[in-house]
Design a protein around this ligand. Sequence first.
Ligand SMILES: [Zn+2]
Length: 185
Amino acid sequence: MGTYEIPIRGLKEGKTSYNFLCDKAFFSQMEDSLVENGNLEAVVDVKRSGDIVRLGISITGTIKATCDICLGEFDYEVEDCGGEITLKLGEKFEEVGDDVYEVDRSEEGLSVAQWLYEFVCVSLPIRMEHPRDENGERTCDKEMLKKIAEYSSENQERETTENEKSGEKAIDPRWAILKGLKDED
Ligand SMILES: [Zn+2]
């Protein structure tokens, strides 16, 4: 069986739990993954009663995220995301409803990787920001914020005039700074 598979053929009645690690290798096998790296533990409770198999999926850990404010990397906490998937043992693999799938009962195992990935992705906010500390202050990269503020005020006026001329959208100051830093190296 593959790394992220639960048994299908010969699955016993009742409940069994499986643990999976969602790390860099896991996310790298996902097509166009929104997440590059992480350290998450997924618990999949598999409960069979007759031809119905219910999967209760719960995922906790961290993913590597890039802060949208300061562009710094940080560990974003994913707390207990997941959901339920219902499988019906049958003849082939087919989605038959919302989170309900027919599966081929003769298959040895079934990969749950795609579901784990999707549960993680839907739990992520659209905007990634450094968490706040106990004083309610953002734990952003202070140096970077200073540079962004300086750059923005220095260039605001000039950019506005230039943009009026060219009609082009202003380059995001954060990217301009990053580009500047890279060029210095
Ligand atoms: Zn930040």
